[in-house]
Write a protein that binds this ligand. Structure first.
Ligand code: UDP
Ligand code: MG
Length: 318
């Protein structure tokens, strides 16, 4: 059986259509499936719609978060609770073409344990976003050897991979990179990013920046090494300047005025502060990790509801 995991945050315009399209494709291809909508604490009627769908289509299951925990949490909740032999993660807005799923399943049957759908091109994005993405993926690739430029969250994973991901103890995760970090026999297929079906993108600029910083720091120590490297460069500079000042002092040609002194102090102080900031950022990540808080809290699982109803019908108490 195939599990389709769909994170949804304020997607009331999309849920019904997405369910119809995906179930249509899978039924036509004769693929046995369960469809898990993970409602990431939406504030619109997303959950009511999902809940209604579960009555209509028994293959649909809904998970409801107690608040918005982010797409990562939603994906991992789906992976944790899915029961299929393999699972596909797909966006709710049909930007990931579901027509590819049967092809991905076929590749899985051929023995591939991870089937990654990569973007043929990066689709329509604003100028700022493009620069930002380029910078972010550049750092990621240089420092951790994970090529993410065209990667997406649209992937099929074998049960072995799902279990490996579920066994990872860390809380701050980056699904897109982790699924290649765990290894396994993988292949890629290309897709064109479709425009959003309805609604607007759920990313705000601030959220995107914090997402990028999170992922960089959870995958590489490069920024910390950068601080050390800058420190060394600065040290060389300081030695040269020091020698020069001493020579001038002893030869009696020392400069009056404090321009150099000011500059050096300002530069040194800013470097120290940046360095402390970077270290502080990693420390805050360590702090977050060791609190061992869950990545998400599921407040309703429609499967539990079913079980309770069945138990009640059989005269047991839930
Ligand atoms: N999403 C989520 N939680 C969030 C933000 C987004 O579950 O906090 C889901 C959203 O419902 C969608 C997917 O993640 O199914 C991708 O979001 P979106 O389309 O807004 O991002 P984009 O395609 O613009 O990168
Ligand atoms: Mg989208």
């Amino acid at each position: 059986m195939l599990s389709v995991i769909i994170p949804a945050y304020n997607e009331q315009e999309n849920i019904e259509n997405t369910e119809k399209v995906i179930s249509g494709i899978l039924e036509k291809a004769g693929i046995e499936y369960e469809m898990i909508f993970v409602d990431d604490g939406s504030s619109d009627s997303t959950w009511e719609i999902i809940d209604r769908l579960t009555d209509k289509n028994p293959s649909v299951r809904g998970l409801h978060f107690s608040r918005n925990f982010g797409k990562e949490g939603a994906i991992f909740a789906g992976l944790r609770r899915c029961t299929g032999d393999c699972a596909v993660v797909i966006d709710c807005d049909l930007q990931h073409p579901p027509e590819l799923i049967p092809e991905m399943v076929k590749l899985h049957e051929q023995g591939f344990e991870v089937v990654e759908a990569v973007k043929a091109s990066r689709g329509k994005e604003s100028f700022v976003y493009k620069i930002f993405a380029k910078w972010f993926y550049g750092i990621m690739k240089k420092s951790s050897n994970v090529d993410l430029d065209r990667a997406s969250d649209f992937k099929l994973m074998d049960r072995k991979v799902i279990d490996a991901l579920n066994d990872l103890p860390e809380r701050i995760t980056f699904f897109r990179a982790l699924s290649s970090w765990v290894g396994f026999k993988s292949t890629k297929i290309e897709f064109e990013v479709a425009p959003r079906n309805a609604g607007t993108t759920k990313w705000k600029f601030g959220k995107l920046v914090s997402f990028a910083l999170n992922n960089i720091t959870s995958f590489t120590n490069f920024p910390m090494q950068l601080v050390t490297a800058l420190g060394m460069i600065f040290f060389v500079f300081a030695v040269i300047l020091g020698i020069q000042s001493l020579v001038r002092f002893f030869s009696g040609t020392a400069q009056e005025g404090f321009t150099t002194v000011y500059l050096v102090i300002l530069l040194a102080a800013s470097m120290i502060m940046i360095g402390l900031g970077v270290i502080g950022y990693y420390m805050s990540k360590i702090y977050e990790e060791i609190k061992f808080r869950p990545r998400y809290i599921v407040s309703i699982d429609t499967k539990d509801k079913e079980r309770k109803e069945n138990n009640a019908a059989n005269g047991e108490n839930g």
